[in-house]
Design a protein around this ligand. Structure first.
Ligand code: ZN
Length: 131
């Protein structure tokens, strides 16, 4: 358990970078313990491996974790998928029109400097390296 800083009056990209660096600091042990760890509890050795099963967040917090543009005016504002703003209420979309955001795909947009086309910030996302 840890606290995440909320910086005020700072450059927004700096705020995002620090947020994701703090996440890395808090969670990198999970990556390092990829093969698990043995714990001795009541003189019994128990093997386990730590994971983050879910993160509860409201929409603004989810945009911080996913580094999706925070504006509701953004053309692709959903942190789950790449459905355009004008199609979010379209019930006639086919499943092929509803592409999900994946770590690899978002990382590719970032590395190819085309992150603007999928409305993500120009900051590397810690979760792209998460198992
Ligand atoms: Zn969506």
């Amino acid at each position: 358990m840890g606290y995440l800083p909320i910086l005020e009056n700072a450059n927004k990209n700096l705020v995002r970078e620090i947020f994701h660096k703090c996440l890395r600091y808090l969670l990198e042990l999970i990556i390092l313990l990829e093969n698990g760890v043995n714990l001795f509890i009541n003189n019994k050795k128990i093997w386990f491996y730590p994971r983050v099963p879910t993160i509860l967040a409201d929409w603004p917090e989810a945009t911080s974790y996913c580094l999706v543009y925070k504006s509701t005016n953004s053309n692709i504002s959903c942190h789950f998928c790449l459905v355009k703003k004008n199609d979010l209420a379209n019930i006639n979309l086919s499943s092929s029109d509803m592409r999900l955001r994946s770590h690899n795909e978002m990382r590719n947009y970032f590395e190819n400097k085309t992150q603007n086309s999928v409305c993500i910030e120009s900051v590397p996302n810690f979760f792209w390296n998460f198992p």
